[in-house]
Ligand binder design. Sequence first.
Ligand code: BGC
Length: 849
Amino acid sequence: MKAINLKTEYLDSPMGIDIRSPRFFWNCTEGKSQTAYQIKLYNRNGVLWDTGKIPSSSMVAQYKGGLLESRDSLIWQVCLWDENDMQGPWSETVVFEMGLLKPEDFKAKWITGNYSPNKKKKYPVDCFCKHFTSRELVRARLYITACGLYEMKINGERVGDFIMAPGFTDYNKRIYYQTYDVTPLLKIGENVITAELADGWYRGSIGAMGIRSVYGKQTKLLAQLEMEYTDGTKEHIITDDSWQWSDDGPIRFADMKDGEIVDMSKKPSYSGQAKVTTHSITPTASNNVPVKEQKRFVATLSRTPAGKQLLDFGQNIAGYVEINIDARAGQTLYLQFAEHLDSKGELDMASIQCRAGKPNATPLQEIKIVCEDGSNHYKTKFAVFGFRYAIVESDISFKADHFTSVSVYSDMRQTGYFDCSNPLINQFVENTLWSMKGNFLDVPTDCPTRERAPWTGDVQIFCKTGTYFMDTAAFFRKWLYDLRDRQSSDGKVPCHAPDVRNNEFFAGIDFIKRMDGCSGWADTAVLVPWQLYRMYNDEAFLIDSYSSMKAHIQFQISRTNKTGLFGKPFPKPDKKYISNVGQGFGEWLEPKDVYKASVIQDFCAPHPEEATAYLSYVCSIMTQIAGLTNHPEDIALYEEYRTGCKEAYLRQFTPINTDRQSKLVRPLALGILDETEEKSRVFERLVSTIEKRNFHIGTGFLSTPLILPLLTKMGRTDIAYRMMENEEEPGWLYEVKQGATTVWENWDGTASQNHYSPGSVCEWLFETVCGVRISGDRHFTIAPQPGGSLTQASFSYDSIYGKVACSWKKTGREIEYEVVIPANTTADVLLPEGREEHSLDSGIYKFNS
Ligand code: BGC
């Protein structure tokens, strides 16, 4: 038996982590079960830690050797014993390196451009430069971060491939540095290091309103180059006031949402000196995947009815454009990007902008380039747009192949692959994956255009689907820090984290700013760590978040037993358990024919039905979490509110007499109606409303991921198939038929075209149609449910335990199934015809029915 897919703290060969007792993960191959492992960890002097043979079936082990120090470069490998106690070969070796672990490791000083910024003004990109000499190297490392975005070069070569570095955090609470191996970029003798520093999330426009300078008005850079020479000496080049600075480089303006203004003829003069400044936070390592350039798309060129030159890149993405074009000095290019064409066939900015048509519309999503003579190569550096289309205005005669679009997202490995006989469903799954790619740029966002806001509700809705699609462990671990950083001292969890001042978006209506803490959104504090724990079997997600989750529950409890503004009073004793304070979004975005949102009701008033159901539900999860994380003292409180809220809900909100699907789905799916007579009555009503609606979806944001799994749980997978396969509006496949390449925010496609949350239905395709679920420690349940018009379906998932897969194919009256169970795991296979195979060990199994 051999170990494969080695990872250190969920990362492939990470450089510069600061987890002092990292965990080592692997999968098994060539054998049934692992009975023991041995790990060896080496530093440059030899073996640093040797576990010896450890009897264990676990595919993860935590480092327990001597203290790891800053800059330690380490290598590990693992060897396994199989079910016959046969020792297998040693795995490949993988490397990782510790970052700078102590504040005193940072010798560099924060530097900034030599000007006093005015909040109202916009500035060109700052350019910094430092000349230095180097000798024969053993190794060289560059540690960098910025308040803003940086791009650094050594001797003209870009350092690393992290785009939009250092990523997005609340820079005044947490700031991440990156570590790069720059040994190959340095030469013996003279060297030059240059940096560009742009506004980014720190000073640029963010959130729906495009508010600027949210984190500060002065961008700053911190860099420390450490060179270790063959003669045993070391030398550091640090940012300080010896660095030269100017702001006369080619990028005259850069904003992440608005775009760039570039003069290709300009070269920075570096004629001034950088100014030394300070920052209140010592940088730490993100222990996360970098953001990288990913897939590229070529364009086709046509004219809009109004005569504009239109590029169509074929796929809606978040990213930017690369241009290679010959021009004469002074010729110009103007591009504006959008995801959609309006009904007249023109670029539709209205669906992606706030204040569209007004002078302060945001985001602008445009680039303006003045060319130099000869060949011009331009690639956006400090902006990202949500787009499929661009209009081009230019006095250069250009062709489509002068332009390429480049998608940009956090470098997570794809882990989930689905296919079935319905091409529309396949396209919807593909669209969901693209919406994930379009919204996982260091933080998860609602859409890459209008708001680009890390909305918490969207994350809890999509987390599980996203985690099937791609390995999100490191990404979400980082984001949960962002979430906890924004939680207030009273436990209130925000609607978005990090802050993008999106509350201002609702300022007119949410006039007393009670949006944060909203049920279904703030509950992310519990639901995301819980889902990650279940997908990765990693209690660290729960342990790290426990105090935040507990504080969240306490805050939610503080919203019970009161009547908030615009709230309808509830009688005693139920009032005690009804959450009735604070603004809530409720279900949000139901199809317009089902429910028309009203400003007071849906933006300002409390939502006691939704909030009370969610409080009971998250308390039921907290009861389990408290047990798992050894907090028995808290269980009584969670139990009290789980049952108290449930009983109050039953008395105050049932019987349920409505055709709104969300009102029927929620109490059923969140366990409120369990063990009650109301359960079957409400389910029957749900079934009849779905039939009356002709199998059209009728839910909004919160219940869309719940409805099909609920139908399956209640034994009506047949109805779930009919809803999934419905091709009319409103329904998931309608938008595919309209040519969508990403997922729409609302069912009629009138808002953002790139919102992943309704794509959370993919979870049902993976877990029900193909029946793949992780159901315990190294254990799966495989319970496919063929149905609808499908004649075949397959799903393969590179789980934390290795590749698990299930596919089925109808051949005449028979169905053939194939199940793949990874080494060192077991699975229960439950086929719809009633055949059950329990505790199958690894292998490929075929079944016929
Ligand atoms: C965003 C959503 C978000 C919602 C909150 C919208 O404007 O785009 O994705 O969750 O507001 O209700």
